[in-house]
Structures are given as C-alpha cells and as structure tokens.
Design a protein around this ligand. Sequence first.
Ligand code: SAM
Length: 216
Amino acid sequence: QGPAAADDLNAETYLERLYPDDEALELVNASIRANNMPEISVAPGYGRLLTMLVRMIGASRVLEIGALGGYSAICLARGLSEGGQVLSLEINEAFAETARLNVQEAGFGSFIGYRIGNAAESLEALCSEGAKFDLFFIDADKVNYPNYLEYAIRLANPGALIVGDNILMRGRTVDPAVKKKSVEAMRQFNRQFASDPRLESTMLPAYDGLAIARVR
Ligand code: SAM
C-alpha cells in the first residue's frame, strides 16, 4: 500500500478516536473473534452513517444482505422509528445464530429478523411475496453484487436508498491488472451504480469504499 493508503488509515484512526466506546458493537466484535468468524464487519464510520441514513429517510422496512455477527444490523436498527424492522439475509446458519444472539443482547431482538439461505433465492422469494423496502445494505458475496443491485431496485419503494459496502475491494477494483471474477463483478456494480438512470448516486472512497444511491 502506498502513502495515500497510510494517510487514509491515520485519518480514519484519528476520527475514530473522537467517538466514545460503543459497548454493544464491541461485544459483537468480541463474539466474532471468539467464534473464529472473519473480522469483516462494516467500518465504524459507515456503521454510524447507516444509522443516520435509516433515521434521515424514516425507513421502516430495511433489508440487509450479509449478516455476519450482527454489527451492521444493530447500526441499521438504531435508526428505525416506531414499528420499523430489519430483515437480514445470511447463507451461514452459524453466523446467523451468532448475529441473532448479538442483536438480542443489544436490545434489538424483536426488530431484526433473519432468513437463512442463498441471498439470491431469498431475494427471489421476497419478490414473489410482493415485499418492498425503504433501505438496502448490500454486504455479501462480491460476485453477486450486480444481481443484488437489480433485486434491490425491484424491491425498492420509490425514494429508497441502496447502500453497497467494499466497492474498492482493498484497491483491487481500481487496479486494471486484477481480473478476478469477484473484482470484475464489483466493477460492473460500480459502473451501473454510477450510470443507471433509475438511480442517483455517489460513492465514498474512505475505508473500503461505500456506494449510496437513491432509487428515483
Ligand atoms: N454486514 C455485516 C456487518 O457489517 O456486520 C458483514 C457481512 S460480511 C462482509 C458478508 C456476509 O455475507 C457473511 O456473513 C457471509 O456468510 C454472507 N454471505 C456470503 N455469501 C452469501 C450468499 N450467497 N447469500 C447470503 N449471505 C452470504
């Protein structure tokens, strides 16, 4: 990593230290380590942004793709107003169980539900059920990001927000020498995010990159 990446890291650490400890999220991270799960929860600054976005648009139906230990689900649920719900799609049953325990511990057990299985199948089922959502957080297998974006647009209420994490894939998306399928899929996702006439969007380069769109 070049000097720019080192500077980014310092800026992120500097900003992070301005915030008080977040006990609920620290417990999630501790349980992820204790269960030997990958430490790939959303970055703290983006977690706070998720809470703000949910609150700012008054989202009541939120769909998360990729649960892991429940970190981002807690961030999303924190922004909900009365009667709001988060539905989280997760392929790994053990991860979903850990997430369930963590969100319960954080006091959001009755606001967050889990659907176990391949997210593409759960999304197809949600389409058949006529489900609609106000905010989507795409944070699962990168190779399917373009599919998840199409499903999100199909399942969106007008004015819904679609947020996608890890759009830079630690710099691999930016490096034309990298031809991996997952990286090519992310590039396709990013191109569509920037140019699809159904969306107005922006992309933030901090941490591992975050895409935010509003469905017109
Ligand atoms: N959103 C979580 C957070 O910030 O707390 C982190 C999610 S982690 C980056 C990605 C998750 O997606 C993992 O838990 C993984 O098991 C799940 N996943 C991977 N492929 C999936 C698929 N095809 N369907 C559903 N979930 C999948």
